[in-house]
Ligand binder design. Structure first.
Ligand code: GLN
Ligand code: ZN
Length: 755
């Protein structure tokens, strides 16, 4: 018989309970006991959801207060030395968020998702020692509180080290055999908990191009770990792409099974023969763990039957393509979505039913009456979506089909001269990335307006008041290029989506982005167009309040696409063009309103990168074309900025240059100046604003520190090419942090300029 499984479940809570509990704890309003209580309630609730849906294999240790890679740093006892002296949760959160005396660890995106993990920081001197408490406690809790013998989820040793960075240029993988011994010790401890336990090692690094250099480690590591105890069944899990190469090694390693993604890694089919010829069991991820459309159950069933025909039912588990961390919790609270759009959707909890139904159908066992109803509904709604008039707009389709101009006509070298003449900004111009603190009052105003509790006039007056304050403060600081502060935006993608045709919004479709931060990706279900200007009113209001230049602020088409849940019935490149035209029109309107600089944020450009080299050229072409199309309405003297909040440009610097933005601001504060050297080596021509301080941390950088940072930048790039700005938007920070930080930043620039 085929069994069902779930790779992992979300933890933030369907009402974002964990977010609230964390923030209360951080602000000192709640103690550790209440945080722990909330965490426990969530874990138990999530286990029960899975159990009630009839899932056979349910995970523990998929819970985390912040991030599972961070948890693994504690499991392996490799906390960087600057955090010693702290203990318990205080130390735990210091790694993620920084403390008075220690800057936070680097954070970056988990493969091609919008989830962020903490980057392990190692050196040749790193020591490792086991701390198994959390893992054991969660297993025991699931057993006693929910009556479930869970599969224990771990981040695999190879992925952990491959994702680590080192502070001394050494190779983190040098620690592999030592780390492997710590994992062996962990397994030894786990094996005492029950007569038989499944242990899942997440090794998503195996689906990337880096796998090539890591393959040789698979057999030594996993055969060592497989030998620890006969009561443990080890599964190596990969997701987001195929893992053909790794599978060929894993069959020789003695592990019990592999978990493969058959949604985003269709090529995993190619190793079915290899697996069939081995004695491994297969955990086949067939239900999409990353998108929100209902699965076509009959199609999924056909896929499972095809797999079962090769592998055999007794060695097959059917489940989600990846952890359900990447989709919202449940449709239960969605009361405002149109019933038609809602009938097309399936969130985390609903996906549990899909897993159970597909498994039961493949086993030819009888469905429960609830499952029967879900299955019947499923058959009709998938077809109804594709034929719905809601998703087709002829005007949009023909505009895209008749495009003949795809980029700005004046080359950068000429544009920048015109811009410098027109804009007259000083050397080392200072600016910010767009948003200013989203205060509780601001959120309250937006919510009240949304709920109809205040009228448009009252709402706009409040937003304008905030813009006024932002402008006054920026002038006081002496910043050169100002922003309006984005008070009208809840989220940089949702805000635009809300004003575009073809989009729908969930009320509660939150997905964890990092720590307590969640995002609510909009649902792009149909052809997209812009009925009216989206930002012009606010930007021109801000501009009317100052003689300095106010930079317009838009989200780029690639980012809108990458941060939306996107229809799966049209090629992404096609959808991206529709979005690009919306931004194109907006830039045109901003210019007409007298705005001279427009920033088009492409925060998610990088995370859309395919994990496999073979797919990169196509993505790059599509993403660059799409960005260029979106800014091609800009006059030569209108300066186009873009912003990307990450720090790995090594492989993509030429692509970034090809986007042809006039200025790019990037994240460097957490990763040092290594990054800038890439810009220098590549002979990058356009202007660059490397973030001079880390906005993910509440810490206020001192003037001295910033002076040193700017001097270091000047060693790499010439003054004439540099802008000075923070790492990213300031929306998550408090005014008390932002005010002194920006004052110190402009002060540091004045010192450097010798004013
Ligand atoms: N302009 C946006 C902001 O400042 C950019 C955010 C981002 O890059 N994530 O909030
Ligand atoms: Zn950013």
């Amino acid at each position: 018989m085929i069994k069902s499984y779930v790779t992992g479940f979300a933890r933030i809570g369907e009402q974002r309970e964990l977010k609230r509990a964390l923030e209360a704890y951080w602000s000192g309003k709640a103690d550790e006991a209440s945080l722990q209580k909330c965490a426990k309630e969530l874990r138990v609730r999530h286990w029960k959801y899975q159990k009630d849906a009839g899932i056979d294999v349910i995970s523990s240790n998929d819970f985390s207060f912040y991030d599972l890679v961070l948890d693994t740093i504690f499991t392996l006892g490799c906390v960087p030395p600057r955090f010693v002296g702290l203990s318990g949760l205080e130390q735990y959160f210091a790694l993620a968020r920084g403390s008075k005396n220690a800057v936070a660890m680097e954070m970056t995106k988990w493969f091609n998702t919008n989830y962020h993990y903490i980057v392990p920081e190692l050196s040749r001197e790193s020591k490792f020692s086991l701390n198994a408490d959390k893992i054991i406690a969660e297993y025991t809790e699931a057993k006693t509180e929910a009556g479930i013998k869970t599969k224990i989820n771990l981040i695999g040793p190879i992925t952990f080290l491959a994702l680590a960075k080192t502070t001394d240029g050494s190779d983190a993988l040098e620690h592999l055999s030592r780390v492997c011994e710590v994992y062996a010790e962990l397994l030894e401890r786990i094996s005492g908990l029950d007569d038989e336990i499944l242990v899942q090692f997440d090794e998503p690094i195996f689906v990337t191009d880096r796998a090539e250099s890591l393959l040789k480690n698979i057999v030594p590591v996993y055969s060592r770990l497989s030998r620890v105890s006969s009561s443990l069944k080890l599964i190596v899990a990969t997701y987001f792409e195929h893992a053909n190469e790794a599978c060929k090694e894993l069959v020789k390693s003695g592990v019990y099974g592999v978990a493969l993604d058959f949604v985003y890694g269709e090529k995993n089919r190619d190793v079915l023969e290899v697996l069939a010829g081995s004695n491994l069991v297969l955990f086949a991820g067939v239900i999409d763990g990353r998108n929100i459309w209902k699965s076509d159950i009959d199609k999924k069933l056909a896929l499972v039957n095809e797999i079962a025909a090769k592998i055999g039912k007794d060695r097959l588990f059917v489940g989600t393509s990846c952890s359900l961390l990447h989709v919202p919790y449940t449709l239960k609270y969605e009361n405002k979505l149109s019933s038609e759009v809602k009938s097309w959707l399936s969130f985390g909890v609903e996906k549990l039913d899909e897993v159970a139904i597909v498994t039961a159908l493949a086993n030819k066992t009888e469905l429960t009456s609830a499952q029967k109803a879900t299955y019947e509904d499923n058959k009709t709604s998938a077809a109804a979506r594709l034929n719905s008039p809601l998703i087709h707009d002829n005007a949009v389709q023909s505009r895209v089909a008749s495009l003949d101009k795809f980029e700005r006509s004046t080359p950068y070298a000429e544009r920048i001269k015109l811009q410098k003449e027109a804009l007259k900004y000083p050397e080392l111009p200072t600016t910010t990335i767009g948003s200013f603190p989203q205060t509780a009052e601001l959120r309250a105003v937006r919510n009240a307006y949304k709920k109809g509790l205040i009228d448009t006039a009252a709402y706009e007056a409040d937003i304008k008041k905030y813009i006024d304050e932002c402008i006054v403060f920026q002038e006081e600081c002496g910043l050169d290029v100002l922003v309006h502060g984005e008070p009208e935006r809840n989220d940089m993608v949702e805000y635009f989506g809300e004003q575009l045709k073809g989009y729908a919004f969930s009320e509660n479709g939150w997905v964890q982005s990092y720590g307590s931060r969640c995002v609510k990706p909009p649902l792009l279900y149909g052809d997209v167009s812009r009925p009216e200007p989206m930002t012009v009113k606010w930007i021109s209001y801000a501009q009317s309040k100052t003689d300095k230049i106010v930079k317009g602020m838009l989200t780029g088409p690639v980012t809108i696409l990458n941060w939306s849940f996107v229809r799966d019935d049209l090629p992404r490149a096609q959808i991206a063009k529709q979005l690009a035209l919306c931004i194109y029109d907006e830039i045109d309107d901003l210019q007409k309103a007298g705005i001279k600089i427009v920033q088009v944020d492409e925060a998610a450009f990088k995370e859309g990168y395919p994990l496999r080299r073979e797919n990169i050229p196509a993505y790059e072409k599509f993403a660059v074309d799409c960005f260029k199309l979106s800014v091609s309405s800009a006059q030569p003297q209108t300066q186009i900025h873009t912003h990307m909040c990450y720090s790995e440009f090594n492989d993509i610097i030429k692509t970034i240059e090809a986007m042809d933005a006039d200025v790019i601001s990037i994240e460097t504060a957490r990763s040092g100046n290594e990054l800038l050297k890439i810009f220098k080596q590549a002979g990058y021509k356009q202007e660059v604003g490397p973030g001079v301080y880390d906005i993910h941390s509440p810490r206020v950088p001192s003037v001295d520190e910033l002076v040193a940072q700017i001097k270091a930048l000047l060693e790499v790039l010439p003054k004439s090419q540099l802008w000075i700005n923070p790492d990213c938007g300031l929306k998550t920070r408090k005014w008390d942090e932002v005010r002194p930080s920006l004052k110190n930043m402009t002060q540091a620039v004045r010192i450097i300029r010798g004013e």
